[in-house]
Structure formats: structure tokens, C-alpha cells
Ligand binder design. Sequence first.
Ligand code: ADP
Length: 209
Amino acid sequence: DLSDEYYEKEEKVLKSILSRKTIIDIIDFDNGISIAKGDITLFKVDVIVNACNSKLLGCFQPLHKCVDNAIHSFAGLKVRRDLMEIMDNQGHDEANGLCKVTKGYNLPSKYIFHTVGPIYNNLKQDAIDLRNCYYNSLKMADDMKLESIAFPSISTGIFGYPIEKASEIAINTAKEYLEKENKNLKRIVFVLFSEGDYSVYERRINKAY
Ligand code: ADP
């Protein structure tokens, strides 16, 4: 029942997503952490992480410029097919902080981890859940003997987590993981989509080291 106007608007958004930003800047810190500005779907790493809702089946709102939409658009329909099977077998929504793996299919990366970030309510649990997104992804990558992983800024878009607080959790979790538990990971990349988010991460990393 959707109007022509709706489809025209949708096409416009899809085209703007399709003219993807290339990776403009990347800084490698000597501890294995990097920050990059650009589109995570262009990254060639062992695994990229997707920021999902608890259904794990994609965003289903074609006009949203969220990372979930970008990843599903460029990885292809097999990702949703695989996730439907995984979620059918599980029989319930995915809890915050946990993740499931699919292949990367049409993406340059081998795998995608689909994790559920918290919707920000300014509660203590939000920080625990966000930390778990990073921790569980790092642990799973390490257990799978992968060497490189790229994260978007989980929960700081539609889910409303303030970037200052979220970046602290992201960087500290990665730093701690590398220092205390790491066996196989060589590179952790934080991919930021805006200039503003990128400079928050840059400042935060310089403070942490
Ligand atoms: P959430 O629902 O977890 O908040 P969003 O996708 O709304 O997820 O936002 C998370 C972050 O991902 C935001 O900073 C957004 O700008 C960013 N983002 C959106 N598209 C991409 C992309 N293609 N590559 C990297 N980051 C992206």
C-alpha cells in the first residue's frame, strides 16, 4: 500500500548509502588498536561486528541509515537467511551483549558477528551490556583464531548511547582484552562513521595510553 513518494524516497536513501564513503583516515596505534573513519562494509578484516536489535534479522526500516541496514544491503540476503535459521533454532530473541556469527558473503570480510547493543536508558546495566557486546565479540573472534576484527560504534546511533561514555567502554574493553586474555588477535579496528565520532575516539585513545 505504499505510495510512489515512499519508494522514491527509499530509492534516494539507498542510492546515498550505495555511494559509500571510502575510508578516509586510519590511525594504527602500536598496541594493536586502530581507529578508522568510513564505512565498515568496505573493510577487509577477518570479522566485522554488526550492531543489531534483539531479533537479529536486520532493521526492516529501509529509510534508516543504520549500520545494520548497510551490512545487510552489502553482504546480501544469505545473511538474513542464515540468521533466520539460527534464531528459529534458538526460539527466542537474542539478549543484550550476546552475538551470533554468519559468513560475510558479499563483503570483503570473512565473517560477521551480529551483536545486540543496549537501548540507552542511563542505567548501570546499559554499561554492562555494552561492555559485553565488545567482550563477547573479542572472545569469540579469539576462540575462532581470527586475527582482525572491526567494530562500529555500537548503540550510539538510534539506540542513543552517548558517544563519550560508549567510546570509553569500547576502548577500555579492547585494551583490557589485549593485555589480559588475548591469544590470536593482532588488530582491533574501531570504524567511525562521522568526523565527530572519530575525534572522540582519537582523544579517548590518546588518554588511555
Ligand atoms: P544502534 O542501533 O546500535 O545505535 P546505529 O546503526 O543506529 O546502531 O548506529 C551505530 C553507529 O554506526 C552510528 O554511529 C552510525 O553513524 C554508525 N554507522 C552507520 N552506518 C555505518 C557504516 N556503514 N559503517 C560504520 N558505521 C556506521
